[in-house]
Design a protein around this ligand. Structure first.
Ligand code: ADP
Length: 484
């Protein structure tokens, strides 16, 4: 099959979170299965700085939005044997951030991503690449299915092209004030509750949910959750209407990149059979972060965006308790300015057993996954979550809230002593989280059974192979609807 993956971020060209890892690893897995998969994304300033040889491809597009014409140029690179196209427009994409500064989103985001989506469709024609499926990710790419269904339905070039739209996080919907409709180039007639309007605003995600041939999200539990008022972020009705076309597929991780037996970023390699190296990684991490080198003190790690979603409020509430306990806690994260400020102020108190590291730090993250005994992920909601998968692969036992993808990937040790891979809690409260941490700390003291928990997590299949197979099946279903 011919598949075009459209995404606003793809690692290592541009990355703010898990999405970029998915849009890099899934195409590679599908390529291995023999499909002609290509990827297209914006050419941000950070993408120009990667060492992956982004070259000019001598193709251009012209997009008129709200009376102004913007020119785009195609660039090309490769990730292994996956061609990656990048859409260049300096005004829109040569900026310091992808979506906005720490103070807030870029106000011209509707125009930036409308330009991107419309350029993508033009470049397909210039390249004469007719995909069986265009697979779009999150609201930034929502205009692709919207345009193909509502504006270009009669375009013979796309007659046999189906669309699949993946919701990585329903909390980000591409919601803009009504005048933004003009910025997308769509006729104002589509600004009705039937298609794009949501309580007086433009909602791009809603449009994609209604117009894509098939919709997916990144775990089965999240699929169910987003069809309820509690977690549907207002789109539960729209999603339920398309419930038969909505599928949940848990993400994998790149098991070559995340492999404790071969990872060059960590101090000492180890595996489920030979765990000794992990103790060395722990000591090295303690040393690097300036914490007491204490082999038998349980070390809890956390690598996270600092966003409300991730349960940072619970962590802030728990910090004094963590500081008083016989354990160590390492946090790496960046994001929301108010969390940064509160974490900074806690850091200034100088608790010796707590290390707070603020920023996006690619070299430090693997050291935390490898050097920690436990991994904390108290998410308020979690579509899938990659961090807990990485943690388990590194023999670091996750303590997670029982929600979304965390529920589908972590089995509670207390309830399932023979199959358990982590410790889970239900209520979104600091007390419930603390209770799970205490259970984990008690488990940690029984070294033999702890190693069994570690090994079960390490042996779990977290590769992309299964997920890619499920996407392949869905692509065929979607393509069949086009062949009629
Ligand atoms: P989300 O995409 O919601 O942020 P995921 O768990 O799906 O959460 O993916 C997060 C990914 O980003 C993980 O690979 C994690 O290690 C990485 N990550 C998050 N914050 C940082 C950071 N501050 N520094 C380095 N890597 C980070």
């Amino acid at each position: 099959m011919k598949v075009l993956m459209v995404a606003s971020e793809v690692a290592p060209f541009a990355r703010t979170g898990g999405l970029a890892e998915v849009t890099a690893a899934l195409p590679a897995a599908l390529r291995r299965m023999g499909h002609d998969v290509r990827v297209i994304m914006p050419f941000y300033r950070c993408a120009a700085q990667t060492e992956l040889g982004v070259r000019k491809a001598r193709k251009s597009a012209e997009v008129t939005l709200n009376g102004e014409t913007h020119k785009g140029f195609l660039r090309q690179a490769a990730l292994g044997d996956v061609p990656v196209y990048l859409v260049e427009n300096r005004e829109f994409f040569s900026r310091d951030y992808l979506y906005g500064t720490p103070e807030g989103d870029y106000p011209d985001n509707p125009r930036r991503f409308a330009f991107f989506c419309r350029s993508v469709l033009q470049f397909l024609k210039r390249m004469d690449f007719r995909p069986d499926v265009i697979h779009c990710h999150d609201w930034q790419t929502a205009l692709v299915p919207i345009i193909l269904r509502l504006e270009a339905a009669d375009d013979p070039f796309f007659a046999r092209t189906a669309t699949v739209f993946t919701i990585h996080n329903l909390a980000y919907q591409g919601l803009f004030p009504a005048p933004a409709v003009a910025e997308t180039g769509l006729p104002s007639a589509l600004f009705t509750t039937e298609w794009l309007e949501y309580y007086g605003q433009l909602n791009l995600m809603k449009g994609a949910i209604l117009t894509a041939d098939l919709i997916t999200t990144v775990s089965e539990t999240y699929r169910r959750e987003i069809m309820t008022p509690a977690q549907g972020c207002g789109l539960e009705g729209v999603l339920a209407r398309r419930g038969d076309d909505l599928f949940g597929i848990v993400n994998g991780i790149d098991t070559d990149e995340w492999n404790p037996a071969a990872d060059k970023r960590i101090f000492r390699n180890y595996s489920a059979r030979a765990l000794a190296g992990k103790a060395a990684d722990k000591l090295e991490l303690q040393r690097e972060l300036g914490m007491p080198a204490a082999p038998s003190v349980p070390l809890i790690g956390m690598v996270s965006r600092l966003a409300e979603q991730k349960g940072i409020d619970l962590v802030l509430e728990l910090l004094p308790r963590l500081a008083e306990s016989e354990l160590q806690f390492v946090l790496l994260g960046t994001g929301n300015a108010c969390y940064l400020e509160r974490l900074n102020s806690f850091r200034s108190k100088g608790a010796a057993n707590i290390s707070i590291n603020l920023g996006f730090n690619d070299p430090l993250a693997p050291k935390i996954y490898a050097g920690s005994d436990l991994f904390l992920m108290p998410s308020r909601f979690e579509p899938c979550g990659l961090s807990q998968l990485i943690a388990m692969r590194y023999g670091t036992v996750p303590v997670v809230r029982h929600t979304g993808g965390l529920r589908d990937t972590v089995v509670d040790v207390t309830r399932h002593p023979r199959e358990g891979t982590g410790f889970t809690f239900e209520d979104f409260t600091a007390d419930a989280c603390w209770e799970a941490i205490e259970r984990a700390l008690a488990g940690y003291r029984d070294r033999e059974s702890w190693r069994r928990i570690m090994r079960r997590g390490m042996h779990r299949d977290v590769s992309w192979h299964n997920a890619a197979g499920r996407y392949e099946t869905l692509y065929r279903m979607a393509a069949d609807t086009r062949r009629g």
